[in-house]
Structures are given as structure tokens and as C-alpha cells.
Design a protein around this ligand. Structure first.
Ligand code: XUL
Length: 522
């Protein structure tokens, strides 16, 4: 049996999962570890993984923090006691859309890292931009308009790239950087996604992006998985030369560099192209065909499912590449865990108190409702945070708890219909999927069976499964995705069945919610 390492660099944390898998035996997770950036690397001064900023709508983090986060989880893997001589391949997952700007010295710097020291400080001189804009940024509406106009409108942009222009997407972010700081843009030699930056760091070279993460940029032609020249021209001059290549998600980029081998006594394992957290989660929740839907309850809440071919009106959401080579539809909500935490903290609750509040309130919340835009919202677009309450007293803790969870689920049901996904079964993942009471609301709102698996970090698990799949291919053995996804079968932990009466009631609540949302947006 061989070992496969899946890494995940999310908004707030870094995770490693080691999968023991081989050609004949049942795969098994043998190690899992996670660290929170704010706690583990306080010197970077992040809050929930984000650097403080006074500028409206701006959200950025530090590429050096991600490098040191990767180092810290690899240290934990190295001291886990598992037999790492069997480590054959590593793949990774990262928060989508964030970008890292390297200067011309980066390649030399990456190949000369000193294993006596952590990577962060050593990489500082390789950056053309100290801060990386991340997916929570909503400051590029002007650039979205400019790019949309230049390519001939949002329908064509959505049709070619899989999405209309979105503030957090990398193209609009690059354009803003070019407009604000043309000299630093000119000094940028390579613009990586978080995923391709970390893969580059592992091999000590220059890694490609995969079509899954590449389609989160408003720059890639979805059908051919290549850069779309019109979009590049609309974004910033000379961009083609600054972008990495695009390669299928199962591509082996190289071997783990000497830096990591020496620093953590690791083998020269194969390094597989990294992808975005949502594409990796599709694999890690077992979505390798169009037969289920996944909902991830993390910092962002996302709903997604595989598509054999792109379809639907992706002006409403996104069609990304999927790690299987097919496609995936996705709708993203910024008010995920931060909104749940806001309510939990406002009423001084623990998570078990939060669950108790859900148990003690009825489906439909006796008419109490809220619109949960605590931070700028992506779906629907809300640039100025605002929370609207309906029949909800300001001191009603349990009412608020149910109202925030119901609002999140109702918004998902309303804004995901464009994808035409098979929602008879929903695979729930992400930190908040640990909460069965939240899953009950999900099951009732969607009228679907909700399934939860033993591993709630499906992005890291999916990355480990991708490493296994790509390693087999590199050895000349085609490993069917069904075999890979069967990893999850023994991990099925919970099934939550919908209550038909509650589901009926939620159909009506969805209509009311949609009306209130539309009124608030007017
Ligand atoms: C997806 C999105 C977020 C990030 C952060 O489009 O913006 O889900 O990937 O996890």
C-alpha cells in the first residue's frame, strides 16, 4: 500500500490528510491534522485568515503566511509516526481566486531555499506584491464593468469563461492592480493562483494551474481550457507572459524539492497539480458523476455538482472545470461561517447552544426571518453589508439562530436552481456540517436526503484522492474515478431524511424570502 498526501490551504486554516491506498486494498485515512492561521502564525496579524484593511471591500492575505502554514502542517505530517517512506504522491487544494505576484527573482529563490529555515521570510524578496487579494474581496466592480464591456458583454464572458465578471475573480483583481500600481505590475514576472503558487513551492519551480481553478479567473476559455486572448487583452497589457500554463488536474508537476525532503525528511514524492478547494471537494464528497449535489459549509458556503457539459445560465453562478476532466456548476455565498459565528457570538452561545436553539424552534421559525448579509455578499451581489430582520426581536437568540440558518439554506435553494443539479441526495461537508441540526434544516429546505461522511475536510481528502488517481496514471494504470470515490463508502456516517411537511412549508418560505431579497436589492 502507498501513501497519498492531500493538503488544503483554505481561508482560515491549513490541513493535511494522509490516505493509505493501493491497487487492491480498501483505502483508509491514516492521519489528519489542521491548524488555524490566526493561532499558529500570529506574527502575520490575520483575523480569520484575512489581513486588516481600512479600504472598503478589500480582502487580502499574505502569501508568506500560506508558505509558513504549509511548512507547519508538513512538520506535523513528518512527526506523525506514519511510515513516510511509502509516500508516493502529494496533491493540494487552495482557496479559489486568490492571486500571488512573483518577481523575476522568484525562480532562483525557490530553487535555493535553505532547509534550516521556514520558507516565509526567505520568499519575501521574490514577491512583486506583498498582499494577495483573496476571494472575499469585493472592491473591483469598476474593473468588472470594464472587462465586461471590452469583451462584448456579460453573456459572452459567461459563455466563454464559465462566469460573468465577479469582483473576487482573478482577472478583475489583476486589472485593479495594474491600474493602481503599473510599476509593480510591470515588475511582476508570474501571477499564480494560491493553488499553483503552493505547488510551485513544493517542487521549487513553476507549476501550472488546473482548469478547475483556472476557470475562477474570468481569463480561461472553458471549452478548450486555454487562456482566452480577448479576456487577457481586456484585463491588462502583457498578461499572457505572466500567467502559468494550464494543465489537466492529474498532471504530475515534478518531485518534492530537496528543500522539503531535507527540512522534513520526506521522500521525493510526485507532486500533482493543485486545484481549488471546491473542485477538490467535489472529489472528496464523491461527486465524480452527475448523481448528487454537494453543499460545503465553510468560511464560504457553496453548492455544487458535476456537469458532463457546461449548462445553465452561468450569469447567476459559475461553471468551473472539474478534476475529472468534466465540469461543475457552483454558486457561492460569502455569508457562511462568519454569519453563523456572528449570531453565535452576539447571543453568547456555544456551538451546542446553537444546536439547542435550532432544536427548540420550529421549521419556518414562526414567521421570523432575516437577510444575512453581515459581510458583502456574492450571491446575490450586495456590496454594502446589511442585515434585515422580519418579525424578529433584537433579543430573540433562538429566533436569530434559526433565522440565519434558514436564510442560508433558502438562499441556496433559490440561487442554485440555474444549475439543474440532481438534489435528491446532498453530500454535506465543511466545518458546520458537523452540526446535525443544521443538516436537518438543509434536508427540509431541499426536500432531500443529506449525507455526511467521517471526514469533514473534503477538500484535503479530495486532494489526497487526486494524488492517488494521478500517481496510478503516471505509472500507466488507469484508475477509474468510481474506484477512487468508493473510498467514501465506508465513511458514510449520517443520513438525515427530510420531513415532507417541513419541506412543504419551506417552499412557501422560499417564495417569501425571494420577495424580501428582491425588495432589499431594489
Ligand atoms: C468559490 C469561492 C470560495 C473560495 C473559498 O468560488 O469563492 O468558495 O474558494 O473557499
Amino acid at each position: 500500500m502507498s501513501l497519498y498526501l492531500g493538503l488544503d490551504c483554505s481561508t482560515q486554516s491549513a490541513t493535511a490528510i494522509v490516505l493509505d491506498a493501493g491497487r487492491h486494498d480498501r483505502p483508509n485515512v491514516v492521519f489528519e491534522t489542521s491548524l488555524q492561521f490566526d493561532d499558529a502564525l500570529p506574527e502575520y496579524g490575520t483575523q480569520h485568515g484575512v489581513l486588516p484593511s481600512a479600504e472598503r471591500g478589500v480582502a487580502a492575505s499574505s502569501p508568506l503566511l500560506w508558505a509558513d502554514g504549509l511548512d507547519a502542517v508538513l512538520a506535523r505530517v513528518a512527526s506523525s509516526g506514519i511510515d513516510l517512506h511509502r509516500l508516493k504522491a502529494i496533491a493540494g487544494s487552495a482557496q479559489q481566486h486568490g492571486s500571488v505576484y512573483l518577481n523575476a527573482s522568484a525562480q532562483a529563490c525557490l530553487s535555493r531555499l535553505d532547509p534550516q529555515h521556514a520558507p516565509g521570510a526567505q520568499l519575501a524578496s521574490a514577491l512583486a506584491r506583498a498582499r494577495s487579494p483573496i476571494w472575499m474581496d469585493s472592491s473591483t466592480s469598476e474593473e468588472c464593468r470594464e472587462i465586461t464591456d471590452a469583451v462584448g458583454g456579460q453573456a459572452i464572458l459567461a459563455q466563454r469563461t464559465g462566469s460573468r465578471a465577479f469582483e473576487r475573480f482573478t482577472g478583475p483583481q489583476i486589472r485593479k492592480f495594474y491600474k493602481r500600481d503599473a510599476a509593480a505590475y510591470a515588475a511582476t514576472d508570474r501571477i499564480h493562483l494560491v493553488s499553483s503558487y503552493l505547488a510551485s513551492l513544493l517542487v521549487g519551480g513553476d507549476a501550472p494551474v488546473d482548469p478547475g481553478d483556472g476557470s475562477g479567473m474570468n481569463l480561461m476559455d472553458l471549452a478548450s481550457a486555454s487562456w482566452w486572448p480577448e479576456a487577457l487583452d481586456a484585463t491588462a497589457p502583457g498578461l499572457a507572459a505572466k500567467l502559468p500554463s494550464i494543465a489537466p488536474a492529474w498532471t504530475v508537476v515534478g518531485r518534492l524539492s530537496l528543500y522539503w525532503q531535507r527540512r522534513h525528511q520526506l521522500t521525493p514524492a510526485r507532486v500533482v497539480v493543485w486545484s481549488g478547494d471546491n473542485p477538490c471537494s467535489a472529489i472528496g464528497t464523491g461527486l465524480v458523476r452527475e448523481n448528487a449535489t454537494a453543499i460545503s459549509l465553510g468560511t464560504s458556503d457553496t453548492i455544487f455538482g458535476l456537469m458532463e457539459q457546461p449548462r445553465g445560465d452561468s450569469v447567476a453562478g459559475h461553471v468551473f472545470g472539474a478534476p475529472t476532466g468534466a465540469f461543475m456548476g457552483l454558486t457561492c455565498f460569502a455569508n457562511g461561517s462568519l454569519a453563523r459565528e456572528r449570531i453565535r457570538d452576539q447571543f453568547g452561545l456555544t456551538w451546542s447552544g446553537f444546536s439547542e436553539a435550532l432544536r427548540s424552534t420550529p421549521p419556518g421559525n414562526d414567521g421570523r426571518m432575516l437577510l444575512p448579509w453581515f459581510v458583502p455578499e456574492i450571491t446575490p451581489l450586495v456590496l454594502e453589508p446589511q442585515v434585515r430582520r422580519y418579525a424578529l426581536a433584537s433579543d430573540d437568540g433562538p429566533g436569530h439562530v434559526r433565522a440565519v440558518v434558514e436564510a442560508q439554506m433558502l438562499a441556496m435553494v433559490i440561487h442554485s436552481s440555474w444549475m439543474g443539479l440532481d438534489v435528491r441526495a446532498i453530500h454535506a461537508t465543511g466545518g458546520a456540517s458537523e452540526n446535525t441540526e443544521i443538516l436537518r434544516v438543509m434536508a427540509d429546505v431541499f426536500g432531500a436526503e443529506v449525507r455526511r461522511f467521517d471526514i469533514s475536510n473534503s477538500a484535503a481528502l479530495g486532494a489526497a484522492m487526486r494524488a492517488w488517481h494521478a500517481d496510478a496514471l503516471a505509472d500507466g494504470e488507469a484508475l477509474a474515478w468510481e474506484v477512487v470515490s468508493a473510498t467514501l463508502r465506508p465513511m458514510l456516517r449520517t443520513r438525515v431524511e427530510p420531513d415532507p411537511a417541513a419541506h412543504n412549508l419551506y417552499r412557501d418560505r422560499a417564495r417569501v424570502y425571494a420577495e424580501r431579497e428582491a425588495a432589499a436589492l431594489r
